[in-house]
Design a protein around this ligand. Structure first.
Ligand code: 5AD
Ligand code: SF4
Length: 480
């Protein structure tokens, strides 16, 4: 019997598989049924994105596809004819938020029975999500996976035709899609994918299962995209990958992330950022490129996860705390005024008091500019999910509290160091709290609130820093 292509559920065993097969690069893949173009006329959409930058970029592409079909962006959920939740599965609370949201949307569906309600992103790649939704959440019409985005027009059309839920979630290593339309969220800052997927298989992480194998875009396609952004007047790009240092490995062209960084720096884009870098494979050449090219920003996000060698080993992180510190110190000593932030997980299964203290020691030594801290969340399908854990949730919460306190203290210390300096700030707009104050990010990726000229929005200006706080800097523009 032929497989029903509108009822394909994820399979984590298949998703965990890695081959040496060459990755297909697919250009101009979008096919839009004419009937759907008629349906979409005068209809509106909302895409709501959760999670990381890779998801944000997917959200922009999903919006681009919907606008290409003919939908226009809605101003509210109530006036939407299509609502797409683009979800994240990294921790359980991300999942819970999405299920909460699905619950809220029930009433919209009641008021507008023609509403098409879809769910995509990393949660869609999980068997547990699909079975829960298929058994309980009747208001969801369509579920599609991270590998199925280019099929969205067909899937959406089927959702209009069918009374059944449409589910299409491939579990596979994945391709590279070029030329999909997109609507970017910002006119000044842009995400640029350089690679997809992850092959590191850290034992706590779902990403390798939800996003397929590491596969790089061709440098020609990346540079073409960056040049277009320069022409459109963009001020900043962020090169995106789950682990950008692995860029090019799969292509076997002898061209790596350091080469790409330098080539991108030679375009006239004023600011280049990149995220995320695994400490493993972070080369001296990359660090020197950041130092040598003024348009590569002096900011590195360098996830530590744990400062204890036994935990690092069980996490599958491929470095020791000593190796991490060596790299950290090399970055600090090579790049002037560099800012370094990190990710740390507490409460990994059976993390002892001693292991946690080892993490605190590294935090005391590194004095990070900022840290994202999490309590370990067991993800179904990952090796750490099955690890025995006898540490109470109370102990974990206490550890997190201590860690947050320490990282806040050091972030403030680093920010106080900026007092008196003149930093270059790309102005986003009025600050959230006070419309008379402008807000933007410095080259070091520090959020700066300052008194300045409202005509500076979208531009890079000089700001004298007057005060460093734990999460922000305050200052005054000096080049109006
Ligand atoms: N539990 C808690 N935190 C996690 N992260 C990834 N997976 C988990 C998990 N299962 C954190 C890591 C990673 C960041 C993006 O999220 O610190 O760097
Ligand atoms: Fe997850 Fe590790 Fe890959 Fe990062 S490097 S996405 S933490 S598996």
């Amino acid at each position: 019997m032929e497989e029903n292509k509108y009822l394909i559920k994820p399979d984590s065993k298949v998703a965990a598989f890695r081959s040496k097969n060459k990755v297909d690069i697919i250009y101009s893949s979008l096919i839009i049924p004419n009937e759907l173009i008629d349906i979409a006329r005068n209809k509106k959409y909302t895409v709501r994105t959760f999670g990381c930058q890779a998801n944000e970029r997917d959200g922009e592409i999903i919006s681009g596809i919907l606008e290409k079909i003919g939908y226009s962006k809605a101003n509210s959920l109530e006036e939407s004819d299509v609502i797409i939740l683009n979800t994240c599965a990294i921790r359980e609370n991300a999942n819970e938020r999405v299920f909460g949201e699905i619950g809220h949307l029930r009433v919209l569906k009641r008021n507008n029975p023609d509403l098409v309600f879809a769910l995509c992103g990393c949660m869609a790649q999980q068997e547990t999500t699909i079975s829960k939704i298929l058994s309980t959440n009747n208001q969801v019409d369509l579920i599609f996976g991270t590998h199925n985005i280019s099929n969205l027009p067909d899937l959406l059309y089927q959702a209009y035709l069918s009374k059944e839920k449409i589910v299409q979630v491939y579990s596979k290593e994945g391709e590279v899609y070029e030329d999909l339309p997109s609507v970017r969220d910002s006119k000044t800052k842009a995400w640029v994918n350089i690679m997809y997927g992850c092959d590191k298989f850290c034992t706590y992480c779902v990403v390798p299962y939800t996003r397929g194998k590491e596969r790089s875009r061709l440098k020609e396609d990346i540079i073409k995209e960056v040049n277009e952004l320069v022409r459109e007047g963009y001020q900043e790009i962020t090169l995106l990958g789950q682990n950008v240092n692995a860029y090019g490995n799969d292509l076997n062209l002898g061209y790596n992330f350091e080469d790409l960084l330098k080539e991108v720096a030679k375009t006239n884009i004023p600011r280049i950022r990149f995220t995320t870098s695994h400490p493993w494979n972070f080369t001296k050449g990359m660090i020197e490129a950041i130092r040598d090219y003024p348009n590569i920003m002096p900011y590195v996000h360098l996830p530590l996860q744990s400062g204890d060698d036994e935990i690092l080993k069980r996490m599958g992180r491929r470095y020791t705390f000593k190796e991490y510190l060596e790299l950290y110190n090399l970055i600090r000593s090579t790049i002037p005024n560099v800012a370094i932030t990190t990710d740390i997980i507490v409460g990994f299964p059976n993390e002892s008091d001693e292991a946690f203290e080892n993490t605190m020691k590294i935090v005391d030594e590194c004095k990070y500019d900022g840290a994202y801290t999490f309590i370990f969340s067991p993800r179904p399908g990952t090796p750490a999910y099955l690890m025995k854990d006898e540490i109470s949730s109370q102990t974990k919460s206490k550890r997190l509290e201590r860690l947050i306190e320490a990282t806040k203290k050091y972030a403030k210390l680093r920010n106080v160091e900026q007092e008196g300096k003149i930093l270059k700030v790309l102005v986003d707009g009025p600050s959230k709290r006070n419309p008379d104050i402008l807000s933007g990010y410095s080259e070091e990726n520090k959020l700066v609130n300052f008194k300045g000229n409202p005509n500076s929005i979208g531009k890079i200006v000089k700001v004298k820093i007057l005060k460093g706080k734990a999460f922000t800097l305050e200052g005054v523009q000096v080049d109006e």
